[in-house]
Ligand binder design. Structure first.
Ligand code: TXA
Ligand code: MG
Length: 348
């Protein structure tokens, strides 16, 4: 297994070797602006199967194909609608994944047997150069074992994959910290299947209508049909018991104190504004209240850290469902298995 440490401004020619590993059917972990991905040649069926094995991923949960230019898009998709074209012009390269009708030659192992294929052009320069050297679209799910938090730096995920991939590229911390926004377009409207850095307001600059799929914040009933298979599966969950707290600052503090009396080892993950009142509790700061950029950056690495410290309960402060907060809440609600306490009601 080969490892390369590289930053955005140096020695991109060292990536050639990793492009070759992908061409030869190997798996390579690489940074993107959102989270780390575990990549394979989209047209090599055995390599794509190896990704599912390495992650322990369900075979009906499709992968995103990553491209570095629009010629590669044409290898994958049947047609591009006028709205999709406008979205591509505005948001690519960047953290937006679009679901298109697939070309016949895109293997079903990539699309989980669907007739559609999800595509994105990342903006991370290392990712773009790697795909260019590989000279083929690269499918890459987030580099984490299925169900676990995504990886936003190589250190967090290295051990999970060290015997399962042929290459790893350490490109430092990911800039965004949560996975790309996944959308589907119909005529002039966009449906968000997974929220991310590109928000509904951003998309409204191009589309007439933007709707959030109802499963973004809700648990799926076992017989319900979903638009994006990833919604069905357990996600981002640490091993410990995990609960989300919402409400006024004082009520959250009072509730965490109650939990501190009830449980031996409590870890609180939240904003500096609350943490300064919880001196007696083990706290992980994700930044200032409302600083969604910071919060998005920290959540996955803190979920992993909490898991290592094995608390009896991990208490996570929720955020407002606005802008990037929508993506953050989508991940945190799942991490807490939909276990949400309204501390304002609880303290009455
Ligand atoms: O930011 C990202 O998107 C990262 C980096 C590595 O690029 N990748 C990522 O991949 O998050 P993954 O596999 O962890 O999540 C892909 C999501 C899943 O929820 C999957 O169900 C959905 O995209 N998806 C993929 N293909 C789809 C399709 N044809 N139709 C609907 N949803 C699809
Ligand atoms: Mg994932």
């Amino acid at each position: 297994m080969q490892i390369l440490k590289i930053r955005n401004d140096n020695n991109f020619n060292k990536l050639e070797k990793f492009g070759k590993i992908l061409q030869d059917g190997g798996l390579v972990i690489f940074p993107t602006e959102t989270v780390y991905g575990i990549g394979a040649d989209a047209f090599n069926i055995q390599s794509v199967k190896n990704i599912y094995i390495a992650k322990g991923r369900e075979s009906d949960n499709p992968l995103i194909a990553h491209i570095c230019n629009l010629d590669m898009l044409n290898l994958l998709v049947q047609k591009i609608s006028p709205l999709e074209k406008k979205l591509i012009e505005k948001f690519w390269p960047g953290p937006l994944t679009i679901v298109f009708p697939k070309k016949e030659k895109v293997p079903y192992v990539v699309t989980g047997n669907l007739e559609t294929v999800a595509v994105r052009m990342p903006s991370n320069k290392i990712a773009l150069k790697l795909i260019e050297y590989a000279n083929t679209p690269i499918v890459a799910p987030s580099a984490n074992l299925s169900g676990k938090p995504s990886g936003t730096n190589l250190k967090d995920i290295k051990n999970e994959f060290k015997d399962k991939v042929q290459g790893m590229i350490d490109g430092g911390n990911c800039e965004v910290g949560v996975e790309s926004t996944v959308i589907r377009c119909d005529e002039n409207s966009v449906t968000i299947l997974r929220p991310g850095k590109i928000t509904p307001n951003d998309l409204l600059e191009v589309a007439d209508k933007v709707v959030l799929d109802k499963h973004i914040f809700e648990n799926i009933k076992s017989d319900e049909k979903v638009q994006s298979p990833g919604m069905k599966y357990k996600h981002y969950a640490p091993m410990c018991k995990c609960v989300m707290v919402m409400g006024e600052q004082n009520n959250i503090i009072a509730y965490v104190n109650l939990l501190h009396e009830k449980y031996k080892k409590v870890i609180f993950m939240g904003s500096n504004q609350i943490i300064k009142h919880l001196n007696h509790i083990d706290c992980y700061s994700y930044g200032d209240e409302g600083d969604y950029k910071s919060i998005a950056n920290f959540i996955f690495t803190l979920l992993r850290k909490a898991d290592k410290h094995k608390p009896d309960i991990l208490v996570i402060e929720g955020v407002k469902k606005e802008n990037l907060g929508i993506a953050i809440m989508n991940r945190l609600i799942r991490a807490c298995s939909y276990n949400i306490i309204d501390c304002d009601i609880n303290n009455k």
